[in-house]
Design a protein around this ligand. Structure first.
Ligand SMILES: NC(=O)c1ccc[n+]([C@@H]2O[C@H](COP(=O)([O-])OP(=O)(O)OC[C@H]3O[C@@H](n4cnc5c(N)ncnc54)[C@H](OP(=O)(O)O)[C@@H]3O)[C@@H](O)[C@H]2O)c1
Length: 301
């Protein structure tokens, strides 16, 4: 897809990945960006940054879990600033919990924004795009929409659902010349993950890198865009050796039982003290090291 000169609507554009995508699209020379989220003040700041790059920006404060308001806003936006060529459904929310301690209101929040919000926006704009026989829709799922992770069961469920929704729509709307794409970032350093207990060994990406990966995917016309080598590795591992991925996910679980942390302690020991092995010259050092290992394997750390 050539994004130059296009009109783009992005939800969740006030911060995080949505904001980074908006700024990257402005850099790439789109004609106009329509920014949606609840926080009008933050949206106005993003709009100002975009306008400073010479691109038109429209900030629209709206709660996407309120379909009636969304309906009115979409009609108004299409009339005043349309037609919209590219819709990016990026707004989302995540809760992390041991499933046994999970609460229904958190699931309801995830469902009403991640799933119903995406449905409402897509439904309203796809019908207008279909009448012009032109449009692209990007639904932001997640690596967790491909590989489910412990402590994120309900969030993973919404992201798997977005992937299924996207695949079905891709086949259905192709006859209206509408492309439907799934975008799957992995762990990204945003407000969303700030309060989460992070999975071990997963390195967060910056929102800017994630936004650049989306642009590359759009230019290549990829139907599904995975972000980063860790995501590709995880998806291939799930395909080729699901038992291995299962073990890794158990160990990476931030709420895993203590005995699973042995591997982590060893890793920390080796990375934080790289000179440890080279310093083992004397017998006393060796026996110290052996005692340390037996202490760790006895699950006392
Ligand atoms: N961060 C990650 O590690 C990661 C990984 C994979 C996928 N993702 C996905 O990427 C997307 C963006 O995530 P992020 O990390 O950028 O999260 P974030 O920093 O928390 O931003 C979430 C965005 O959604 C908007 N939003 C939240 N509730 C809303 C509502 N009811 N109505 C309208 N807008 C609402 C927020 O704006 P307001 O608060 O102003 O409304 C904000 O702009 C999400 O779909 C997420 O699932 C994130």
């Amino acid at each position: 897809m050539n994004i130059q000169g296009k009109v783009v609507l992005i939800t969740g554009a006030s911060r995080g990945i949505g904001r980074a995508i908006a700024l990257e699209l402005a850099r790439q020379g789109v004609k106009r960006l329509i920014l949606m989220a609840r926080d009008r003040y933050k949206l106005a700041e993003v709009a100002k940054e975009i306008e400073a790059m010479g691109v038109e920006a429209v900030a629209m404060g709206i709660d996407l879990t309120k379909p009636i308001f969304v309906n009115v806003a979409c009609a108004q936006v299409w009339r005043s600033y349309g037609p919209i060529h590219l819709l990016i459904n990026c707004a989302g929310v995540a809760h992390q919990n041991s499933f046994l301690q999970s609460k229904l209101p958190q699931l309801q929040e995830e469902l009403s924004l991640n799933l119903l919000g995406t449905y409402t926006m897509t439904h309203l704009l796809a019908r207008r795009m279909a009448s012009r026989r032109e449009g692209t829709i990007v639904n932001v799922s997640s690596l967790m929409g491909k590989v489910a992770a412990p402590t994120m069961a309900t969030y993973s469920a919404t992201k798997f659902a977005i992937l299924g929704f996207t695949q079905a729509l891709r086949r259905e709307l192709a006859e209206n010349n509408i492309r439907v794409i799934a975008f799957m970032p992995s762990l990204t350093d945003t407000d969303m993950v700030r309060d989460l207990e992070l999975f071990r060994w997963v390195m967060p990406m910056t929102p800017e890198k994630v936004a650049q990966a989306l642009i590359v995917g759009l230019q290549r016309d990829s139907p599904e865009i995975l972000v980063g080598w860790q995501s590709h590795l995880a998806v291939w591992c799930q395909y080729l050796a699901p038992w291995l991925l299962e073990k890794i996910l158990q160990m990476a679980n931030p709420q895993a039982p203590r005995r699973l942390r042995l591997f982590e302690k060893l890793r920390q020991l080796l990375t934080l003290k790289p000179g440890l092995f080279s310093n083992i010259h004397r017998f006393s050092d060796l026996s110290l090291f052996r005692n340390l290992l037996s202490f760790m394997s006895a699950d006392k750390l």
